[in-house]
Design a binder for this molecule. Sequence first.
Ligand code: SAH
Ligand code: SF4
Length: 410
Amino acid sequence: MTATIDTAPASAPFVEKTPLERYVAPAKPSLIGLSRAELGRALGTLGVPQAQRKMRVQQLWHWIYFRGLTDFEAMTSVSKELRAALSEHFTLDRPDVVAEQVSVDGTRKWLLRLPGETPGERPHEVECVYIPDTERGTLCVSSQVGCTLTCSFCHTGTQRLVRNLTAGEIVGQVMAARDRLGDWPGGVRPTDAVVPTGERCVTNVVMMGMGEPLYNFEAVRDALLIVADGDGIAISKRRITLSTSGVVPNIARAGAEIGCMLAVSLHAVRDDLRNELVPLNRKYPIAQLMEACRNYPGVSNAKRITFEYVMLKGVNDSIEDAKALVRLLKGIPAKINLIPFNPWPGSRYECSDWEQIEKFSQVVFDAGYASPVRTPRGRDILAACGQLKSASEKLSARERLALRAMTMTD
Ligand code: SAH
Ligand code: SF4
């Protein structure tokens, strides 16, 4: 692992941390996260003949992703022999939920435990956050333990350990959340805090937890395609948003291979400032990023790109910045989310004054963008964006526990 460059000057070369890639699957692997083709191959290893596999995969898919079963024994349409063989060789494990916190506003934050790099090593941890509203429930999902990037206002960027999550661990967050919320058919809803009034608790998914999803592209893609699959969890791609700090080459791939909604963490309208806030900008500057957004597959006025802009006092919050933002986005079907900065211990920024956020937002509003300020949620449980840093890191670095996630109320 290389050290973080959290305090590097803007002129420093762009440095990324290297993710640990030596993921060791448990001896008895979980089927969660396998594509239909992979599931078919897994059945093949149990001796299921080729001719039956498609039908068996369909049955399993229904039990796993529509019904949310955690036990093969309850799969009544599957033969007894096959159920026994499945239990002998596989599990339906999701990441372990080791802690749950519930905010007064209904936001829930789960600490999830994942296997470490080598057996016996301290496990890795990520956060997953649920933000309920009257009609929707948004789940903020992580793509990595830590992040290879080092945005200067983001707490996750200071975490040294980086491990890419597997597709199973990404889908597993959605499954674990639905387990906790009683969000499978016949499930019992929690009564300790607000959940949406509709049929489903989790209606939207945002890849806005820890990590840069476009630096773990294949796993994120495979996971989101499972989440969107109409025979299972069936969250429409229009209700799945992937947020990126601007990994330009993978933006087109996300559009073509996933087809979900895109959010871009812009945060600055000039390269000199963005180089400092989002060091990846030194590799993919604003002009390239805007070009990728203009060409995002499927982008239209009905399918706009969300531009996220964190409000940092005296840094990027002037009226000039607001005007330049509007000019920069001209011609791109866009939504703008102004995010009040969430401070964390040791952060060098302050959140803009409310008055300044209002003035900034007025410029954006006058340019035709509606209600752009995102209400911070779950502040009492440190579940707001950029506050998350996993407990394992805290233990190793003896740092104060600080946690984060998302405030996606759109
Ligand atoms: N890595 C991806 C997704 C995770 S971060 C990305 O950067 O887009 C999700 C969002 O939270 C991003 O827009 C990020 O810039 C923002 N964020 C990070 N730290 C924050 C903080 N301390 N306060 C407010 N927003 C923050
Ligand atoms: Fe990584 Fe996103 Fe945080 Fe930047 S803002 S360090 S890309 S998680």
